[in-house]
Ligand binder design. Structure first.
Ligand SMILES: Cc1cc2nc3c(=O)[nH]c(=O)nc-3n(C[C@H](O)[C@H](O)[C@H](O)COP(=O)(O)OP(=O)(O)OC[C@H]3O[C@@H](n4cnc5c(N)ncnc54)[C@H](O)[C@@H]3O)c2cc1C
Length: 466
């Protein structure tokens, strides 16, 4: 579907070229873990050795980005501190994760509430299309509760050697000279000083900002702002017979009523469903949009009791700056949520891991000081790997979420098995899947047909509303 030509993409910016890096040998293979290192030498390898201790890195924020960054750092020989303000944090989130995350991050199956194998895409006029028919028997979308996933990743980081600090990061003093430490100020809730905590400082050589959409680390390096959506979600406990319907099924609702620029969802969890919606353009109307989403699903959630109400910003694109000196941003702090699907958990965990790998490699397992060029290795790898994914989803959002007739066309297209296969393969395995030329051509004709019908319908509707 990438052949639909549109305005230039505003997603991932190309990172600036690595400063100071002298690549003496071109890598022959690209490794995914630091266990299989790339054969490359750059200028940072002449950086000073850290004597009498290992490199110290603070990871601020213990969500999926922070947990996986801390685990990788600690495994790689770095003295790692993971600062999380709330150890039982329930991050407002739909909790849908792709199958590849389960394998790549070695997640135990008992932290997955539901394995979704059926997805209903529901149009503005309530035409429902079943997608997921092309899934193989072992394929599914995982549904997790964030308090469970995040705690698991943090604990795993601790077992590999990271020091967990239950603390609220406040600010950091930047180093005044090359290789001087960053001084982090935080309120420590580990200390036995009651609920108010104790003010403390921590000296480290590098910092990973994994503190989400309202990142204080990003502010600390003047990383700049991004546009954001506001997403709203209610956890609804529904009667057992209704829950049966959602056992392995999720729903996505599209329409001006549920969101002018996003979608509404009903995602199944262990003993409840998560009902939510989001918008960039109509943030003030978010509660109205939520009521509309609930109304659309009313027959299926009737008799339900709202047990939790939550809302949070979702970044729309990366921040202008993601690395500065020895500080790097990952996950939502960097702005890595995809358009169209609003997916960010996998990208948070993956960026945390990639950034940590770059630090482990650059520091030769914690023995040397790192500099900006080491951290930029992560940015370049990230942009190269994921730029196509962000671009395709950005285009899809622009084409199909712009009017109700376009949304009807989108749902109609979703009935196509080829579209389903391409969409699920891209989502589950996180790659933009190369298509079959003949099927692509058929799809192009069908897409144009659907869009022409959508436009014709819109014109008719415009006439009616005059
Ligand atoms: C309503 C909603 C639904 C969503 N649904 C999905 C979905 O179904 N699937 C999907 O993939 N993505 C979804 N997303 C996006 C996803 O939630 C994020 O992309 C993901 O959580 C990013 O992970 P992170 O680790 O970067 O940041 P976060 O998960 O935000 O974690 C940041 C952590 O930092 C901590 N922290 C923040 N500030 C400080 C501080 N000053 N000091 C110490 N600790 C701090 C927080 O307590 C938190 O634990 C959804 C988002 C929303 C809002």
């Amino acid at each position: 579907m990438a052949y639909i030509a549109l305005k230039s993409f505003v997603g991932l910016r190309q990172s600036s070229p690595e400063k100071n890096a002298i690549v003496l040998f071109k890598p022959t293979t690209v490794s995914t873990t630091f266990r299989h290192r790339r054969f490359r030498i750059n200028a940072s390898k002449s950086s000073p050795r850290v004597n009498g201790r290992n490199l110290r890195v603070a990871v601020v924020g213990g969500g999926p980005a922070g947990g996986s960054a801390a685990e990788t750092l600690a495994k790689g020989g770095i003295e790692t501190f993971l600062i999380e303000r709330k150890m039982d944090n329930c991050k407002p989130c739909g909790g849908a994760i792709p199958l590849c995350m389960v394998g790549e991050f070695d997640l135990p199956l008992d932290i997955i509430d539901r394995k979704v194998t059926k997805m209903k895409m529901i149009s503005p006029s309530n035409v429902a299309v079943d997608i997921g028919q092309t899934l193989k028997p072992h394929e599914y979308i995982g549904m997790v509760r964030r308090e469970v996933l995040d705690a698991y990743l943090r604990e795993r980081a601790a077992t590999t050697g990271a020091t967990l600090i239950n603390g609220l990061f406040l600010k950091m003093d930047l180093p005044q000279s090359k290789n001087a430490p960053y001084v982090l100020h935080y309120t420590d809730y580990n200390a036995k000083t009651g609920g108010s905590g104790e003010k403390k400082t921590l000296e480290v050589d590098a910092v990973i900002g994994a503190d989400g959409a309202n990142s204080r680390v990003a502010k600390g390096i003047n990383a700049g702002d991004y546009e954001y959506a506001i997403a709203f979600q209610e956890r609804v406990k529904i009667p057992d017979d209704k829950m049966k319907y959602y056992e392995n099924l999720a729903e996505m609702y599209v329409g001006e009523d549920v969101s002018p620029d996003f979608y509404g969802w009903v995602f199944p969890k262990c003993d409840h469903v998560a009902v939510g919606t989001g918008t960039v353009t109509h943030k003030g109307d978010i509660k109205k949009l939520q009521i509309a989403t609930r109304l659309r699903a009313r027959d299926k959630i009737e008799g339900g009791k709202i047990i939790r109400v939550e809302a949070h910003p979702i970044p729309e694109h990366p921040r202008p700056k993601r690395v500065l000196d020895r500080v790097a941003l990952v996950g939502d702090a960097a702005g890595y949520v995809t358009k169209c699907s609003g997916e960010g958990i996998y990208f948070a965990a993956k960026s945390g891991r990639m950034c940590a790998e770059a630090i482990v490699e650059g520091s030769e397992n914690g023995k040397r000081m790192v500099d900006e060029s080491d951290l930029r290795v992560y940015l370049e790898k990230w942009d190269k790997t994921y730029w196509p994914t962000y671009k395709v989803l950005d285009i899809l959002q622009k084409v199909f979420y712009r009017s109700n007739p376009a949304r009807e066309a989108f749902v109609e297209m979703c009935a196509d098995e080829y579209v389903q296969k391409m969409t699920f393969d891209s989502y589950l395995y996180k790659r933009v899947v190369p298509g079959n030329p003949l099927e692509d051509l058929k799809l192009a004709v069908n897409t144009i047909g659907s869009l022409v019908r959508a436009n014709a319908l819109r014109k008719e509707m415009d006439k009616l509303s005059v």
